[in-house]
Design a protein around this ligand. Structure first.
Ligand code: S3P
Length: 178
């Protein structure tokens, strides 16, 4: 006899452009959960856009705000939480992610990521001479961190957002309490 329990929250991790915000909104509407995005919470708390936080206070200050934001969500429930692509860079965030809910990694191949992120210039880490090469470098560094943090991973490259959301709900429903 299995004892199933739906997670209190679902967190979406993965590289910039992997679809966290779009899939997250869809999950929230399917489940009747509230959608939150750590980047948005940080921008609201800091009172300035992410590009300005990086420019005036530096990446380390942004990472501090990111960890604080993650901690502030730990006591809440019925949330779909989209996280910034770099949330796994501070290894101390991985146990915080796990304590907060079911951690799902969204993947996409590098060409797909490049095509998706090329549409906007809001991401300070990609304002380099060769964004395609920057993506390759960051993906190589981070892939093992996403793998370590995630309880479930799904490749979004050839799926619709609805298919991805369905698969995540199915995985969350199958969780068993021991
Ligand atoms: C970052 C990803 C961004 C944002 C910031 C840093 C990263 O979030 O947190 O620009 O280090 O990968 P998205 O993944 O939502 O673009």
């Amino acid at each position: 006899m299995h004892n199933h329990s739906f997670p209190k929250n679902i967190l979406l991790i993965g590289f910039m452009g992997s679809g966290k915000s779009t899939v997250g909104r869809l999950l929230a509407s399917h489940l009747g959960f509230r959608f939150v995005d750590t980047d948005t919470l940080i921008v609201e708390a800091a009172g300035m856009p992410i590009s300005e936080i990086f420019a005036t206070r530096g990446e380390a200050a942004f990472r501090d705000l990111e960890t604080e934001t993650l901690k502030s969500l730990g006591a809440r429930e019925h949330l779909i939480i989209a996280t910034g692509g770099g949330i796994v860079v501070r290894e101390g965030n991985i146990p915080l992610l796990r304590q907060t809910g079911f951690v799902v990694e969204l993947k996409a191949d590098e060409e797909t990521i490049f095509a998706r992120v090329s549409r906007n210039t809001q991401r300070p880490l990609l304002q380099t001479e060769n964004p395609r090469a920057t993506i390759a470098k960051l993906v190589a560094e981070r892939a093992p961190l996403y793998e370590a943090a995630a309880e479930f991973s799904i490749d979004t490259t050839t799926k619709t957002h609805a298919q991805v959301a369905e698969a995540i709900i199915h995985a969350a429903e199958g969780l068993t309490v021991r």
